[in-house]
Design a protein. Structure first.
Lengths: 356, 296
């Protein structure tokens, strides 16, 4: 593609993204907010699984640290009630702090993540999810236990990403929390994708890939294997933390249940369906896995075969679990490199032409 | 003191059930190099069948049907899916079994719904009391069954042709294949065995003092994973010891919940994972696992 054409396409994408909140219903906005939070976290996991070759079942734990970290750092004390406490930091600072906390947690896990390999790491990290659930349920002073905690709206330079303050109406559409968060999320996702792609192609990214392909060979080439593995885990946790902040903002109120073992599996599914190691694939997988149950649920009244929850038939969340369980099996049996691989293959004739 | 002893003994019996499930994991891992996350849902299928059928065809026939069905299901997972991608790496295979687990456990959740199916075991809610130590009869029977099965399995691995084939496949699959050992048959045997063990484990996990078969049983079975990791993934003896440790730790934590209340409620369910993490800090390949050596 020529340079002006690419610039034109990029400009078009920006305009469409900027205009979408005017047209989308709140259901679709809400769904995209969840999807974008998941995209950021999934990119972190695909870097870990696909590039560094380490399996983690603890991703939900780090997402939870980001989400609860933000809620705690940005939250305000409500004296006289038994609501969870908070430090009342400015939201932007709280966001950075939450990401740092998640990274710190990832780094603290490095005595295990640096030494334990592949699938064993996956099993060991399983422990973190259950430990995390336990803490979230019991540290009620900060997390509110099973009742959860309200998340302080994001704001930057006096502009609040909530329904008011300042009131905002664009082209006759009132711009509330969802519309405003849309822009925040789009920017964060764009930065996360950009950073992730650069990381894969950079010197540390290639070093990690060589650790994945052969630890001994990598060590012979002067790569500090243990340090790189621990670093990969830390970066992936920070991505998870950032995704967690976005998810918390999208929810408005977070409960421990949303960050359990099932979420960890969801993230693995996203990465596998997208094709491990592909940043774009992880994003596509995240959209698929996050949006599918929400959309099926939204249209469950009008879709054939689906029953209302509690009825005899298959309800929306079960249907989506069937679909993505089958998707994992199908992807691993027939298209090991996931969606990203399919796209790459369909493009490959073009690549050959340009090479010759 | 007698409370402590009761808890330890109760924990050992619970641990025996975990050991059975953990042995299934290890057997599959040794024979085919797969970490089978679908074990939990196979266990759930076994327990579900006992719960569903014991009313109509009686308890013992229901148990036999459940064991056979779980073994068959496990074997089919291997024959239809895993065998096609045998050469893939550990992570891929593990995620594939996660996919299978999602499919089966969703169907089970749907089938069970909000019911709590009783397994209808003849030993019911009896409690055995010896020298002041009280243990549910179902757990004592589970311990006996586990002892017999572990002994029989150890003997089979040591003495029978299947055992020799299985050990050589675990040692070096390619060479074993060249020596005329049918790897697919060894694999099928291991998967079927693990399925049967899971069904038996599921039956006892759903017996008294548990209320019955619920969809959550598959997650309870996950507690066998710390047992396996603790013991070292390729060691059957490690799986048994790991299972016993996990059983004792979780029963002790649940029993002394009030004294340990500063650590929060529901400590019994997380304690296995905490123990696993602590052991991995000291010994990355578990207590009895083969240490990975790197030589250049």
């Amino acid at each position: 593609m020529s340079k002006p054409l690419r610039t034109g396409i990029a400009a078009g994408v920006v305009v469409v993204l900027a205009a979408l909140p005017i047209y989308l219903e709140s259901f679709w906005l809400q769904t995209s907010l969840f999807a974008m939070g998941a995209i950021v976290a999934a990119i972190g996991l695909t870097l870990l699984v696909g590039i560094a070759g380490q399996l983690s079942l603890a991703h939900a734990f780090f997402v939870a640290i980001g989400a609860y970290g933000y809620a705690f750092l940005a939250g305000h004390d409500a004296p006289g009630t038994d609501a969870p406490t908070g430090l009342g930091l400015p939201p932007l600072l709280a966001l950075i702090g939450a990401v740092a906390l998640a990274g710190l947690a990832g780094a603290l896990f490095s005595p295990i993540s640096g030494r334990v390999r592949g699938i064993y790491l996956g099993l060991a990290s399983l422990g973190l999810v259950f430990l995390g659930q336990h803490v979230l349920q019991n540290a009620t002073a900060i997390t509110g236990g099973y009742e959860g905690v309200t998340v302080e709206p994001f704001s930057v330079a006096g502009f609040s990403f909530s329904d008011a303050d300042p009131d905002l109406t664009i082209l006759g559409v009132p711009y509330g929390r969802l519309e405003r968060l849309w822009y925040l999320d789009v920017v964060v996702v764009a930065l996360a994708v950009w950073y992730g792609r650069n990381l894969v192609r950079s010197r540390p990214g290639r070093a990690l890939a060589s650790v994945r392909d052969g630890e001994i060979a990598a060590a012979v080439h002067g790569i500090d294997v243990v340090r790189y593995k621990a670093a990969a885990f830390t970066v992936s946790s920070m991505y998870a933390g950032l995704g967690g902040v976005l998810t918390a903002l999208a929810f408005g109120r977070i409960v421990p249940e949303s960050f359990g073992f099932l979420l960890s599996i969801d993230f693995l599914v996203m990465v596998v369906i997208g094709g491990a190691g592909s940043v774009g694939g992880a994003a596509a997988g995240a959209v698929f896995v996050t949006a599918l149950p929400l959309i099926l649920n939204h249209y469950s009244g009008s879709l054939p075969l689906l029953a209302e929850p509690g009825g005899g038939g298959i309800n929306a969340s079960e249907a989506s679990r069937f679909i993505y369980g089958a998707a994992i099996v199908a992807v691993l049996l027939f298209a090991r490199d996931g969606l990203a691989g399919l796209v790459r293959r369909s493009r490959s004739p073009e690549v050959k032409e340009s090479l010759t | 003191m007698s409370q402590f002893l009761s808890l330890v003994v109760g924990g050992l019996f619970l641990g025996a059930i975990y050991a059975l499930v953990a042995l299934g994991f290890v057997t599959i891992f040794r024979a085919t190099g797969v970490i089978n996350f679908a074990q939990g849902s196979v266990l759930l299928v076994g327990a579900y069948l006992v719960g569903r059928l014991n009313g109509s065809i009686g308890f013992w026939p229901a148990v036999l049907v459940a064991i056979a069905a779980a073994a068959l299901l496990s074997l089919l997972i291997d024959a239809l899916l895993i065998r096609r991608v045998r050469a893939a790496d550990l992570g891929t295979l593990a995620i594939l079994t996660l996919g299978v687990d999602i499919l089966i456990s969703t169907e089970m959740t749907r089938a069970i719904g909000t019911d709590v199916l009783s397994v209808g075991a003849p030993w019911g809610a009896h409690v055995v009391e010896v020298a002041g130590i009280r243990v549910p009869a179902s757990r004592v029977i589970a311990g006996g069954v586990a002892l017999v099965l572990v002994g029989a399995l150890a003997a089979a691995v040591k003495l029978t042709d299947w055992g020799v084939a299985m050990r050589s496949a675990a040692e070096d699959g390619e060479t074993a294949g060249l020596m005329g050992i049918r790897l697919n048959r060894v694999a099928a045997g291991a998967w079927a065995l693990a399925g049967g063990l899971a069904a038996i484990g599921g039956l006892f996990l759903a017996s008294f003092p548990a209320a019955g078969v619920t969809p959550g049983l598959g997650l309870v079975a996950l507690a066998a994973i710390p047992a396996v990791v603790l013991g070292g993934f390729d060691s059957p003896a490690g799986a048994v010891v790991g299972g016993l440790i996990i059983g004792v730790v979780s029963v002790l934590c649940a029993g002394y919940q009030d004294e340990l209340s500063f650590l929060g409620r529901g400590l019994g369910t997380v304690a296995p994972y905490v123990v696993m993490l602590l052991v991995l800090l000291v010994r990355p390949s578990g207590l009895f696992g083969t240490r990975e050596l790197t030589r250049v």
